[in-house]
Design a protein around this ligand. Structure first.
Ligand code: NAP
Length: 251
């Protein structure tokens, strides 16, 4: 019998999970994207839907309409609204929920990391430290917090063109990972970056900047993750998710 999975995506792990399930046989996967990126990377050979559900009620209705057996939340660790909505909808629809959260990054010897609880706190710290040239890798949705800082110059990297409000003194690079250490090292050097700002996204796709900053002795402001909502079975990798899913698969 087929087991129907609604997979909330937008990450490399979500795509990999979808591909494994499709190849495994016995699974019907509906892959869901928010629709933020114009040319999203989508997994081959599974149904894809794009756009918000209209809050937890909308998602619960989809879970019921699709007769979903399992909801998998494999969104980015900072997609807090979607994860909260998934937790509420899963309870409302009586659908088991598994939350795939890749582990956060850990500082290594010689790292100069300053952890902050929010993007606003990160902007405040940039101001307090008197940094001159800031590499902002927080994504285009989180730039407003820095818009009020008129003194430092910002190198902003995101996947798509960001919208205002933006810091006045800036250069924008449109690029998406994976990035390698040598290129990140060169980028930090070429722009004489004296502080990097990142979310604690975890994973390997964008971790090269951490190594490059360590090698160059550049400090990093790391924005902590939002808490995970209660109620889900939390796993840390695609492999663990598969173990969990296979346990719940229909006979
Ligand atoms: P968010 O703030 O948690 O979500 C805002 C709203 O977007 C949600 O309430 C939901 O709308 C809709 N949404 C989000 N993810 C969705 C999905 N996979 N399928 C359908 N609707 C979705 O999310 P975000 O931080 O803007 O991230 C949006 C997407 O980009 C996520 O899929 C995430 O995995 C991916 N992403 C985010 C980041 C990041 O740094 N935040 C980085 C890389 C990738 P409704 O309430 O209408 O259902």
């Amino acid at each position: 019998m087929t087991t129907r999975v609604l997979l909330l995506g937008g990450t490399g792990e979500a795509r990999r999970l979808a591909s494994v399930l499709v190849g495994d046989g016995g699974w019907e996967v509906l892959y869901s994207l928010a629709g933020r990126v114009r040319e999203p990377r989508v997994p081959a050979s599974c149904r894809v839907r794009v756009g918000g559900f209209g809050g937890p009620e909308g998602l619960a209705a989809v879970l019921r309409d699709e007769q979903t057996d399992i909801l998998v939340d494999a969104t980015h660790p900072f997609a807090a609204r979607m994860s909260a909505s998934a937790a509420t909808a899963a309870v409302a629809a009586g659908t088991p929920l598994v939350l795939l959260r890749r582990p956060g990054w850990l500082a290594q010897p010689n790292d100069d990391w300053r952890r902050v609880p929010s993007m606003t706190a990160a902007a405040q710290l940039v101001d307090d430290t008197g940094a001159d040239r800031v590499f902002l890798t927080t994504g285009r949705g989180d730039l407003a917090a820095f818009a009020g800082l008129g003194r430092p110059w910002f190198l902003i990297r995101c996947v798509e063109e960001p919208a205002a409000p933006l810091p006045l003194r800036r250069e924008i690079i449109l690029d998406r990972g994976p990035f390698d250490v040598e290129a990140e090292w060169t980028l930090l050097r070429r722009h004489a970056i004296d502080v990097v700002v990142t979310k604690d996204s975890g994973g390997t796709m964008t971790a090269a900047k951490l190594t490059a900053a360590r090698q160059l002795g550049v400090p990093i402001i790391v924005v902590d993750r939002p808490p995970t909502p209660p109620g889900a079975a939390v796993v840390g990798s695609v492999e663990e998710t598969l173990v969990w899913l296979r346990r719940w698969r229909r006979p």
